[in-house]
Structure formats: C-alpha cells, structure tokens
Design a protein. Structure first.
Length: 256
C-alpha cells in the first residue's frame, strides 16, 4: 500500500496502521501532509467516503481534507501534518493526565464531534488511533487536539447500513456490535467519547476483557464502575456526564 502512495506523494513515512486505517507522513507539492488511507474502500463505499470529504472541505473546518484520492488499494485523505502524537502513545507517557489537560482534550473532541453532527456526519470509529495530541511540552501546557475523520460517514448512510469495516472492540458502542436492533447515529459517537473520557481521567478503560467475546459482553451488559472511585478529583458533574455517555441504550445518552 505504501508503495502505491509513494507513486503519488513524496517522502512517504509510515506512522501506524489500525483496523483498516493507515496513517503516513508525506509531502505534497513540497509541503508536509498526513495521508489517511482507508484500505479496501471501493465502489459505493468509496463514493460515500468522497461525499464526507467534500462536505468537510466545503465547511473549511480544521481537519478537513486538503484533497481526496481513490486508488487501487482504497481511498486516501490528504490532511495537514502536525508535530504531535497519537493519543495512546501520548497516554503511555502519562500514567495520570492532569485534570485540566484531560478536560481540555475532551472538550476539543466534543466540539469536533459537534461540527460533524451539525453537518450530517457521524464518526463511529473514534479511538486513540485517530486522535492526535500536540502542543504539550510540560504539564502546564494546554493540549491541541485533532480528530482524524477519514473514517466518518454521512448520517443518511449510517442510518441505512451497519458498519462493515474491522473494529477495535475496545472502542465500540453496543449498537456497533451487531447484536442489538438499533443502528448507529450521533449518540454512538457520544458513547465513544465516554470511553475516551474514562481512559483520559481514570488512566484505563472502564471495562476489562481478554478476547473479542469478552469485549462484546462488556459493552452490551457490564456497567462501568464509578469514575470518582478511580479518581476522586474528577468533579461530580463531569463524572455524571461520562456515566450518561456510557449508557447502554442510545435513548439514555445525551441527545448531543
């Protein structure tokens, strides 16, 4: 796949691959960019992904693609490069994230989701592999958070067909499991935000499992413990909001 991208872009450097998404650093017209490549996305799925890219480009929001390409191995979004880290790599260096930084990251992610939702787009794949953190040289710095959205879908598409791509089962909502009657919508993203909130504030995910069935069962049936029992300095309103975000039924989560 990198060989195919190298035919179009210069200085391609692999960064990571995660359940269907490959991210690489490259140069386009001499400028540093990131390539977000969706493996094996073709035909109708590729056309739908192009629709998401075009809608975001029209908005001109931060994180919108500079360009979109269909190739023999899938589709590629070209987005601005940054000097940050993926969220899981950033967290690996910080057993405990300062409360102010954790809340700033969650606010940035919530605002990024709000922009998508207000424009008829859902992400459905939010996990550390598509979150970038920059601008944090010491604990007093305010982080700059980016959500990579090459995997997002139009709401009308998500409402008609379940997600088919491989998934990181640590970061799925109950309705993404294929074992409930509901289809994914904007409230699905809120569950994923709740998972990341738990990871940022408690230093771990709210559930533990050792195999795919265990993760499925956790998301479908296991209630998370109290967030404040893991980290007492989390304000009660924040802990309650995260609890609501992790409701098993979308109807019990906040509407936006």
């Amino acid at each position: 796949m990198l060989a195919a991208l190298a035919n179009r872009f210069g200085a391609v450097e692999f960064l990571r691959e995660d359940t269907g998404l490959t991210v690489a650093r490259a140069k386009e017209l001499g400028q540093p960019v990131f390539l977000c490549h969706r493996n094996d996305l073709r035909d109708a799925a590729g056309a739908a992904n192009s629709g998401v890219a075009e809608r975001l480009r029209a908005l001109g929001e931060s994180g919108s693609p500079k360009s979109w390409h269909q190739g023999p191995t899938g589709v590629t979004w070209v987005v601005e490069a940054d000097d940050g880290m993926f969220l899981d790599d950033w967290l690996a260096e910080r057993p405990i994230v300062p409360l102010e930084q954790a809340l700033r990251i969650l606010l940035d992610l919530a605002q990024a989701l709000d922009i998508l939702h207000r424009n008829g787009i859902v992400h459905l794949r939010m996990r550390p592999a598509c979150v970038r953190i920059a601008g944090v040289a010491d604990p007093a710095d305010e982080p700059v958070t980016r959500l990579l959205s090459a995997e997002a879908r139009l709401m009308e598409e998500a409402a008609q067909a379940p997600l088919q791509e491989p998934q990181d089962l640590r970061y799925i909502a109950p309705e993404l499991s294929g074992r409930t009657l509901g289809l994914a919508d904007a409230r699905t993203d809120l569950y994923l935000l709740g998972l990341l909130g738990w990871r940022l504030l408690a230093g771990r995910l709210p559930f533990d499992a050792v195999d795919p069935l265990g993760w499925m069962h956790a998301h479908l049936a296991v209630q998370p413990p109290s967030l404040r029992s893991q980290r007492p300095d989390v304000p009660e309103p924040v802990a309650e909001l995260v609890r609501l975000l992790l409701a098993k039924s979308p109807a019990d989560r906040p509407p936006s």
